[in-house]
Write a protein that binds this ligand. Structure first.
Ligand SMILES: *Cc1c(COP(=O)(O)O)cnc(C)c1O
Length: 372
């Protein structure tokens, strides 16, 4: 499989999002950009109600369903507004006025989601990792969740801090809501654990502009008719994600990404295996005894998507980022709120890119340690 096109100055791009897309997907989109086969027009120029786009929408929904082995009682919606709009839509649709939402706050994204929900209803923080600078996660078995709540909420992978849940709390009748923006389709997942699971596409699933919302059908009954139309899940479900014009180009790319995972990467089991190997390459280096690199996350909750670490001081971190970029390893700066280094190694990052980063890191460390 191609990793780098023949005449190319494409870099190994470690951007956290929008992030690298699989090269075969970009090449196919390039080849079809002017004329979608059989259409005589670009995907961007045809009606969202045309037969050609209907096929793409259906294929994208089927792609998500097949990869995740979704049962019939879940609806797959393609919405706009990114993950951020879901921070508001979830409480607007699912949080009863006389009840509250339980939040597991494991990093910046769950914190923001909780704060948004707090403006729309009552929330309770049932666990927070704030004291440890969000380097750890709760043991799912030890969480004390109030089952009278409307739902419990967590973030499966905290993109900024680099902590990722492997197992989720069993919540019984309490619907569990999951922001999987940065790890949906990176590993097999039993979606039946969740009442609603969602992901903005621009990390692992496609380009910015579309958000995948997977919702258990019985929860659609909670959406009140008084909600503004666009903010009502039931309305989107009733219209098959065509309540208004959906982001057609983004859905087209998402469909190609699903096909790439299914046909070229061995499905979610195959991509998971590869993602584990990639992450291990970097974590093994962080664990080596010199201590030059300090990983942020506790070992037990390390993210396989976003590897976060520090160097001995911020000056060295700037040097690291700059000299990596000179070698074609780009976008390694940590989120502006936390600093440090973050290597985002989503599905589309080939293992060759991770090996190149690992080798660069070893080399950079050796040179610095010789100098001191
Ligand atoms: C990127 C990200 C978001 C924010 O996504 P937007 O589409 O920019 O709103 C929310 N949650 C997680 C886990 C993310 O990685």
């Amino acid at each position: 499989m191609n990793i780098v096109p023949e005449t190319s100055s494409r870099v190994f791009n470690f951007s956290s999002g929008p992030a690298a897309l699989p090269l075969p997907v970009l090449e196919r989109a390039r080849d079809e950009l002017l004329e979608l086969p059989g259409c005589g027009a670009s995907i961007m120029e045809i009606s969202h109600r045309s037969e050609a786009f209907s096929r793409i929408l259906e294929s994208a929904q089927a792609g998500i369903r097949q990869l995740l082995d979704l049962p019939e009682n879940y609806e797959v919606l393609f919405l706009q507004g990114g993950a951020r709009l879901q921070f508001a839509m979830i409480p607007m649709n699912l949080l009863a006025a006389d009840s509250h939402a339980e939040f597991i706050v494991s990093g910046s994204w769950s914190e923001k989601a909780r704060d948004e929900a707090a403006g729309l209803g009552t929330v309770r923080t049932c666990w927070t990792g704030l004291d440890g600078a969000f380097c750890q996660l709760p043991d799912p078995a030890e969480l004390e969740l109030d089952e009278t709540a409307s739902y419990a909420y967590l973030t499966s992978n905290e993109t900024i801090q680099g902590v990722q849940f492997d197992e989720f709390p069993a919540t019984g009748n309490l619907p569990l809501i999951c922001d999987a923006s940065s790890d949906l389709l990176s590993r097999p997942l039993d979606c039946q654990q969740f009442g609603l699971i969602y992901a903005c596409a621009q990390k692992n699933v496609g380009p910015a502009g579309v958000t995948v919302v997977i919702i258990r059908k019985d929860l659609l009954e909670r959406s009140r008719a008084e909600l503004p139309g666009y903010l009502n899940y039931a309305e989107h479900a009733r219209h098959g994600s065509r309540y208004n014009t959906p982001p057609t180009f983004a859905i087209y790319i998402l469909d190609l990404v699903c096909q790439w995972i299914a046909n070229e990467m061995g499905g979610l089991a195959g991509i998971d295996q590869l993602n584990r190997e990639k992450a291990e390459l970097l974590y093994d280096l962080l664990d080596e005894p010199s201590g030059f690199y300090q990983g942020h996350a506790k070992t037990s909750c390390r993210s396989r998507m976003n590897v976060t670490f520090r160097l001995p001081n911020p000056d060295l971190e700037s040097q690291f980022i700059q000299s990596a970029a000179e070698q074609g390893l780009t976008s390694l700066a940590g989120h502006r709120s936390v600093g440090g280094i973050r290597a985002s190694i989503y599905n589309a990052m080939p293992i060759e890119g991770v090996v190149a980063l690992r080798d660069f890191m070893a080399d950079f460390r050796d040179k610095q340690m010789e100098a001191t």
